[in-house]
Design a protein around this ligand. Structure first.
Ligand SMILES: Cc1cc2nc3c(=O)[nH]c(=O)nc-3n(C[C@H](O)[C@H](O)[C@H](O)COP(=O)(O)OP(=O)(O)OC[C@H]3O[C@@H](n4cnc5c(N)ncnc54)[C@H](O)[C@@H]3O)c2cc1C
Length: 325
């Protein structure tokens, strides 16, 4: 079994910033394990601008921001294994992962940084009634299809959820030629930034339906329509307020939660509010020598904050490793 000073799980902005920071703080043997075929994490599909205003004092796109850190990882010759899915992390810091060339393999670390990011809530966890036709996607999946794979998930679209991801996708789908019929939001107020409401909805004449939710999805094989209804203060749909939309696609943008399976199985305490691991000021989890940073800890709006947090976690991991010898 190969041994490393530091193993980092996830090669998104948090994982890369933690690795660079640990190297700058004197740690030599570092390995980043990333399940995707490239470094950069969710930023690779965020081709809009608005990243890096704090870290680089420039307005970058997601891929441009990621590239800044990829260049640092490469120039510092930090070892990475791509297409490598981590399956388990244990308290004695053995990491089990799998990829096509090595099969299932294990590495041993003196310290670990968890940087697995977050995942989207899916329709299953929202209990929307109706059949299960094709044409229902989370907004992040649609974003990957459009921005990376060059595929359109639909032509007439209803979006449920008005956080920033939903707003950004309303604009993106419109720019790609689709008709976004409405963005429904169950709450009385959008959780998204005001600038995104203006630039992504108002500028394109897309209605924001506050206090509304999806009460029915029509279609057996493919989505044929969606019904929205107004909700009362207890979020219960009000009969008689239904509005029907003929559409072939429903995008769900109903929240992100930390990717916490590995963290849970490791036995780290989970914060019931953030649903990520409990961390102290130096981003140490409740497991000795295991640190965590970025969206795996709590969902962040700005990648600059993720990088700052990961720099601190990388430094703390480096200090932990140095006091072992
Ligand atoms: C749609 C959208 C729009 C956004 N817009 C903005 C914006 O305009 N401005 C801004 O500043 N921020 C924006 N953000 C936020 C910012 O992109 C994120 O906060 C940041 O990317 C989080 O970084 P991370 O490294 O924690 O997670 P991620 O970027 O999600 O990286 C986690 C990495 O871990 C890997 N991974 C997970 N599990 C495993 C495993 N078991 N084994 C191996 N690898 C694993 C994943 O493949 C991924 O590469 C946006 C986010 C989204 C989703």
């Amino acid at each position: 079994m190969q041994t490393y000073d530091l193993v980092i799980i996830g090669g998104g902005p948090a994982g890369m910033a933690a690795a660079v920071s640990a190297r700058e703080n004197g740690i030599e043997k570092i390995l980043i394990l990333e399940r995707d075929d490239r470094l950069g994490g969710i930023l690779n599909q965020c081709i809009h601008n608005g990243f890096g205003l704090h870290m680089f004092r420039e307005e970058l796109t997601g891929p441009e921001y990621a590239q800044r850190y990829i260049d640092m990882v490469e120039s510092q010759s930090i070892e990475t294994k791509l297409d490598s899915m981590v399956l388990e992390v244990t308290k004695d810091k053995v990491v089990t992962a799998s990829n096509r060339t090595d099969g299932i393999f294990q590495v041993k670390a003196n310290a670990i940084v968890l940087a697995m990011g977050c995942r989207e809530r899916t329709r299953g966890s929202l209990n929307i009634p109706g059949y299960r036709p094709a044409g229902i996607y989370t907004a992040g999946t649609a974003q990957k299809l459009v921005n990376i794979d060059g595929l359109m998930p639909g032509k007439r679209i209803v979006i449920l959820g008005s956080g920033d991801v939903g707003l950004i996708m309303a604009r993106r789908m419109t720019l790609e030629g689709a008709k976004v019929l409405a963005v429904a939001e169950i709450l009385p107020k959008s959780a998204g930034l005001q600038r995104n409401i203006v630039q992504c909805l108002d500028d394109f004449g897309i209605p924001l339906m506050l206090n509304h939710t999806v009460v029915d999805i029509q279609g057996k094989e493919l989505v044929e329509g969606v019904t929205l209804a107004r909700v009362d203060e207890t979020m219960t749909p009000i009969p008689g307020t239904e509005i029907h939309y003929d559409c072939d696609c429903l995008l769900l943008s109903t929240g992100l939660i930390p990717e916490n399976e590995l963290t849970r199985n490791l036995g780290a305490s989970i914060d019931p509010k953030t649903r990520g691991p409990v961390v102290d000021k130096s981003f140490a989890t409740t497991i000795d020598g295991v640190f965590a940073a970025g969206n795996v800890v709590s969902v962040h709006g700005l990648v600059d904050d993720v990088s700052k947090e990961a720099i601190a976690a990388g430094k703390a991991a480096a200090e932990y490793i140095k006091q072992l010898s």
